[in-house]
Design a protein around this ligand. Structure first.
Ligand SMILES: CCCCCCCC/C=C\CCCCCCCC(=O)SCCNC(=O)CCNC(=O)[C@H](O)C(C)(C)COP(=O)(O)OP(=O)(O)OC[C@H]1O[C@@H](n2cnc3c(N)ncnc32)[C@H](O)[C@@H]1OP(=O)(O)O
Length: 208
């Protein structure tokens, strides 16, 4: 018999039963501090003494948190709808502003942690933003649980850091199990940075 918190828990069953979390009051500030830490980890130029202290304090934090590791769908990360990136460090800190059958719009900034080179965003971050938007669009459009079969991004301009960005995605068309989605990433003034198209395929019973 597997325990509910076992690594073997059926993750697929968690997706349709997505349940928003009500995070404890300090969780949002904790996540923001962790984001700040990520920004610093990729940009500081410190002495070994400083890195020794940072190493030891990071180890203390690991020791504090490790006993509370829980299975997917239990902790507040990734499920805190009022926090940037749903409180997930994997996700860029975007807020969903519109979520309905017509479209899903999210706004946020990329920051130092997302730097590629030359002062602008890493190209690999954009598919993450598009994929998450596509997943939201599928939910919002009340399409069946689906996975990304392909995702195409056209990089039209370099994507700046620390500038408000907006992604808007919508269902383009549906063909049986297939939901085709299009999305645009813009600056607030409408400047197009990237557009994308993706195919989300409805999972069949038993598909992970
Ligand atoms: C209380 C409610 C609150 C709601 C709030 C909600 C908030 C939202 C919260 C959280 C959002 C989170 C958002 C995250 C979203 C992330 C999604 C992902 O990234 S998923 C991970 C990456 N994707 C994979 O790992 C897939 C791996 N691939 C597969 O599993 C299979 O390939 C699959 C299921 C995609 C298709 O496999 P087959 O065997 O079932 O089906 P076959 O027959 O191959 O394809 C079906 C049709 O699709 C076409 N097709 C499949 N792949 C294609 C491709 N690459 N290009 C073109 N066509 C393709 C085929 O030609 C076929 O078309 P013909 O029916 O014949 O017309």
């Amino acid at each position: 018999m597997s325990e509910p918190d076992s690594d073997k828990v059926d993750l697929r069953s968690e997706i349709p039963r997505f349940r928003p979390a009500a995070p404890p009051p300090s969780f949002g500030e904790f996540v923001e501090n962790m984001r700040r830490l990520q920004d610093l980890a990729v940009c500081v130029d410190a002495t070994d003494e400083v890195y020794q202290q940072a190493r030891d304090r990071a180890a203390e934090l690991v020791e504090l948190l490790a006993p509370y590791a829980a299975r997917e769908g239990k902790g507040p990360a990734n499920r805190s709808m009022d926090l940037p990136g749903r409180g997930s460090l994997l996700m860029p800190p975007f807020h969903v502003e519109k979520f309905d059958e017509e479209s899903v719009v999210a706004r946020g900034v990329l920051r130092r942690y997302h730097l590629g080179g030359g002062g602008v965003a890493h190209g690999g971050v954009l598919p993450l933003i598009f994929d998450d938007n596509f997943g939201n669009v599928v939910y919002a459009a009340k399409r069946p649980i689906s996975r990304t079969a392909y995702l195409h991004v056209n990089y039209r301009k370099v994507t700046p850091l620390d500038v408000p960005l907006i992604i808007e995605g919508k269902v383009d068309r549906v063909e049986g199990r297939k939901t085709f989605i299009t999305a645009r990433l813009t600056e607030e003034d409408g400047t197009l940075l990237a557009d994308g198209e993706g195919l989300m395929v409805q999972l069949l019973p038993g598909q992970p």
